[in-house]
Ligand binder design. Sequence first.
Ligand code: PLP
Length: 455
Amino acid sequence: MSKNIPYKIYLEESELPKQWYNVRADMKKKPEPLLNPATHKPMTLDELSGVFCRELAEQELNETDPYIDIPEEIIDFYKMYRPSPLVRAYYLEKALDTPAKIYYKFEGNNTSGSHKLNSAIAQAYYAKKQGLKGVTTETGAGQWGTALSMACSYFDLDCKVYMVKCSYEQKPFRREVMRTYGASVTPSPSNTTEVGRKILAEHPGTTGSLGCAISEAVEVAVGTEGYRYVLGSVLAQVLLHQSIIGLESMTACDKYDIKPDIIIGCAGGGSNLGGLISPFMGRKLKGEADYKFIAVEPASCPSLTRGVYGYDFCDTGKVCPIQKMYTLGSGFIPSANHAGGLRYHGMSAVVSELYDQGLIEARSVEQTEVFEAATKFARIEGTLPAPESSHAIKVAIDEALKCKETGEEKTILFGLTGTGYFDMYAYQKFNDGTMTDYIPTDEEIKASVDTLPKI
Ligand SMILES: *Cc1c(COP(=O)(O)O)cnc(C)c1O
């Protein structure tokens, strides 16, 4: 039977999902509401609309509609790079000599190189529809900034990206991709904002941080007529847009009678994982099927496995709404030798709540073992994976090897979120043997978690 499954399953264009799936609608106990950072009261639609586009604010608050129509203009854009392939990892299975069947959903087949484009295009569309002039954002490794630049150029919106200075210098090619799509890219901290000037005065020569770049991007959005700030992960609206990954995967699985037992995703802010598992989780919540879901995070930034479940700031600048999530504290900064991505201190509220209810498991892995898995995967399956995606590869391999021991023929599905072309600095460290692991101590985590707002 499995012989009939092609190496790459491509759905027809006509099979592209027409609606996103909102897993919150099927959760009995929902995530806690976002709170206003000043009053600690739930954010209202009007308050949220000052930060996000109106329709995105509505999506953020929508806990009742399981399906939300994808506008025709977004479907048109999706057609340029979707449906993405569901690949049967025949070569990896053979190399591991496992009875397990391994599949991965590959989201790296677009110029931005990752799944982030799925939400970038939606956010740009709603901004355009509302008549805005442009959007601002931050980018660390650069995938989100690249995706947003592509989406904004498609809808003719201005895009201002604040890029963490060390990435700006280490990843000149990502920066140039953004500029090629018409975005302006400013190394952060910069002297273009008040907060940037303040940080530069206090820490001359600093190479920046994500939290600082967020604060600059927010300051510019709030202070510029016709602009909004947009975020590439964590929010419920982003998980909603990313459900396209899971919906396509489910359609392909159903079509070929593939029944995943284990579904694995890497977890930074939780958007690809949430998007991949959402429709399957919906079936599990309704008692129609059962799956084991595994979130994989770096041991150097272990929000699910070692963080606390509480209200925290989403950003270091403490200007965004507060949400209840698994968090290491908004001041937590992973060790400087951490090169493997997924460095966000918190986790999507939806993923956090599902994890708290025991519906998702979590594992943490160290970066050298992640790069070992990445290198193995590249050599066997041909695709050079992003370091972030390789966290999922590592655990998929672990699970397949367990099947080899027990003889179980489990079906494993994992999300391969992107390509690693722009991550060669990290690969270089691994190849040179200079990559090290760092696991934060309990004291470090406690000190950071102690700074959570008291709510
Ligand atoms: C941003 C990114 C991630 C992590 O973000 P999530 O919101 O957790 O999905 C994973 N993989 C790649 C390639 C990314 O660019």
